[in-house]
Design a protein around this ligand. Structure first.
Ligand SMILES: NC(=O)C1=CN([C@@H]2O[C@H](COP(=O)(O)OP(=O)(O)OC[C@H]3O[C@@H](n4cnc5c(N)ncnc54)[C@H](O)[C@@H]3O)[C@@H](O)[C@H]2O)C=CC1
Ligand SMILES: CC(=O)C(=O)O
Ligand SMILES: [Mg+2]
Length: 631
């Protein structure tokens, strides 16, 4: 790391002196003893007594090895560097040259053998949380192996690094937390956010997933424990779209939590205080956005994830077009759901605008989907008003109608308000609207009751039923519920995975996973490769159409509206390609000259999970000819 290490050390020192000169105002400081410790950690990151370990960690813990000149890391550090470590796959020549001969057993393994070993190891755990801990440990030890293993076993490993197990991991984050991964920036760091970003040892970050932990899946406000989500999402950036690990940075903005059980939990890892809101919070987020641009440039993608409802919409409006950003829960979810709906039209033989869609929930996910549906219906030639009239939304207070006595209708919901008397329950709305499509995203597990599902089956030849809430415990119904209550005619998708279902006549139905993970990795890959800053809605519709186009008749025949998870990496490239080409057409690309072969260019940017030679290849030197030349 040579120079860069010393620059970082200098930066760190400067920051220490700055923080020493301007400590956080007393009101921002944590009062309890545990959180004083956390605050101290925050303000004293890199304090003199940890200098040695911090510098060592920069070599030993993080990074893919792409920004760390591998020749400058040697011996044991090489084995401890997740980006450089190959474990027993180091060849004898590499072991001898690197001075690690004898530090490993005699046997040299291939990466394929190591992948098999990972499978044997993880299968020994029954508890999903232990599988999660195993996988995170693998990521900490050997990045190439982790991504190859996950990439080759997407269907089995995604439910562990992602929903549903990641939800459990967040709830128990204090227990599963082992080694630093990502940045925790607390409200106490306000005024110094850029300095915290400089503590991150990678200088080529292209994508950040940030949360403030207020709405983690359907599990509510988990505060700093929400870090599992940015970590999980970014692991999919690499596993599903080949975005290089060192270019990805998970961030949690810790402004406290309002969940009392978290505050009372001795294992809670974050600031032990209630959420900071209002101008102080907004200034903090603004400072974060500007610090990202200052440190990593305006092309660094910032994916907002699992913010609370009001903040999610506000920040999307505030930052879109000005910063390279999108909100995955609003926009990514919209794209995956609309992709599923577009694919369903090939089964039902309808146009999208011929459907009636009822939403259980009128939050980030539902409103995002509803708005993109309107856009897709308009693309079919329907008017905006007619498109909106086909959409019915139910929130915690009932159907969204004009002048609802209970109120709670903000401007996002108002455009979907029907001009009719209030209706209280989802079942009544189903009775009145007779939807052909029922979409749940309200985190109310079991909301699609037997009675509602039967009505969907009675009213439609092929009812479309999406239970999008995560994790599994929050799903509106299970795949079995959907199939058995509709004479196996339901076209079903869910946010968290459900197992295959055997029909009475022996066919296998494979319910598709209507999860934004089909969208955000490919979208991000396209955005990064083309250098897009303004991620406008047309990109989302394009991503939805691209995904729907990939779905094969054989997928539909098996009841799935999405391609098999095992093919998701190819989906990401196809989505990225569409995004990339559209960006050049509409003048939103900033990478010039435009590469001649889009796919070749995109694939050339992607991470290779195979090990690179640790010892530089020796080129044969044309000594004889050279001597002749020299003479
Ligand atoms: N499958 C996927 O890719 C995604 C799934 N989700 C899931 O969707 C769920 C909701 O997420 P967001 O929309 O972001 O949350 P949100 O907090 O923005 O919205 C929740 C909505 O549910 C409504 N609601 C609450 N109780 C209700 C009840 N009893 N009946 C009817 N509506 C009720 C609320 O009024 C609100 O409109 C979560 O479980 C989340 O995990 C979110 C994003 C992506
Ligand atoms: C999938 C996702 O982003 C969510 O449930 O929040
Ligand atoms: Mg989310």
């Amino acid at each position: 790391m040579g120079n860069s290490a010393s620059v970082k050390l200098n930066d760190k020192r400067r920051w220490q002196s700055e923080t020493a000169m301007s400590p956080a105002p007393p009101a921002q400081r944590d009062k309890t003893s545990a959180s004083v410790a956390a605050g101290k950690q925050s303000h004293a990151t890199g304090a003199a007594n940890c200098t040695y370990d911090m510098e060592r960690d920069r070599i030993g813990m993080w990074g893919s090895g792409e920004t760390t000149a591998s020749s400058q890391v040697s011996g044991l550090d090489r084995l401890r560097h997740p980006g450089l470590n190959k474990g027993m796959a180091f060849t004898i020549e590499e072991r001898q040259t690197l001075g690690i001969h004898g530090l490993l057993p005699a046997r040299v393994k291939t990466q394929e053998e190591q992948v098999q070993m990972c499978k044997l190891s993880i299968d020994r755990y029954e508890d999903p949380l232990n599988k999660y801990i195993y996988l995170m440990g693998l990521l900490d030890r050997n990045e190439h192996l982790f991504y190859r293993f996950v990439g080759e076993n997407v269907a089995e490993m995604m439910p562990i690094v992602y929903t549903p197990t990641v939800g459990l991991a967040c709830q128990k984050f204090g227990l599963v937390y082992r080694r630093p991964r990502g940045l925790f920036i607390t409200i106490n760091d306000k005024g110094h956010v850029y300095d915290i970003l400089k503590n991150w040892p990678e200088s080529d970050v292209r994508a950040i997933v940030v949360t403030d932990g207020e709405r983690i899946l359907g599990l509510g406000d988990l505060g700093a424990c929400g870090m599992g989500i940015p970590v999980g999402k970014l692991s999919l950036y690499t596993a599903l779209a080949g975005i290089k690990p060192h270019q990805c940075l998970p961030i949690t903005l810790d402004v406290g939590t309002n969940t009392q059980t978290m505050l009372d939990d001795p294992l809670y890892i974050g600031l032990r205080q209630r959420r900071v809101r209002g101008p102080e919070y907004d200034e903090f987020v603004q400072e974060f956005m500007d610090a990202v641009v200052k440190r990593y440039g305006q092309n660094c993608l910032i994916q907002f994830e699992d913010f609370g409802n009001a903040n999610a919409f506000r920040f999307l409006e505030k930052y879109r077009g000005k910063y390279c950003t999108f909100n995955d829960d609003i926009q990514g979810t919209a794209a995956v759901a609309v992709a599923g709906l577009l694919a369903s039209l090939r089964i039902t033989g309808k146009k999208l605008s011929e459907n009636v869609i009822v939403f259980q929930g009128a939050g980030e996910a539902s409103l995002g989907i509803a708005n993109l549906c309107v856009m897709a219906m308009k693309a079919e030639g329907t008017t905006e008003a007619a498109a909106r009239a086909r959409i019915w939304m139910v929130d915690s207070k009932g159907l969204i109608v004009k002048d609802r006595p209970e109120g709670g209708i903000n401007e996002h919901k108002a455009v979907f308000a029907h001009d009719r008397a209030p209706v209280r329950t989802l079942e009544e709305v189903v009775d009145i609207a007779k939807p052909s499509v029922l979409i749940g995203a309200a985190a109310i597990g079991g909301a699609f009751t037997t009675s509602i599902l039967r009505k969907m089956g009675q009213n439609n030849e092929r009812p479309v039923i999406f239970a999008l809430s995560n994790p599994t415990s929050k799903a509106e119904c299970t795949a079995i519920d959907a199939y058995t209550n509709t004479d196996e005619r339901a076209i079903f998708a869910s946010g968290s995975p459900f197992p295959d279902y055997r029909t009475k006549d022996g066919r296998i139905l494979r319910p598709g996973q209507g999860n934004n993970s089909y969208i955000f990795p490919g979208l991000a890959l396209g955005v990064i490769c083309a250098g897009i800053i303004d991620i406008s809605e047309d990109f989302m519709l394009l991503a939805a159409e691209a995904l729907a186009d990939i779905v094969k008749q054989s997928d539909l025949d098996q009841g799935s509206l999405y391609p098999p998870l095992q093919e998701i990496q190819n989906c990401s490239v196809k989505i990225a390609k569409k995004i990339f080409e559209h960006a050049y057409k509409c003048g939103k690309a900033s990478v010039f000259p435009q590469p001649l072969n889009t796919e070749e260019f995109i694939r050339a940017q992607m991470y290779d999970t195979r090990y690179a030679p640790a010892v530089p290849p020796v080129y044969s030197w044309p000594t004889k000819d050279l001597r002749v030349d020299m003479i």
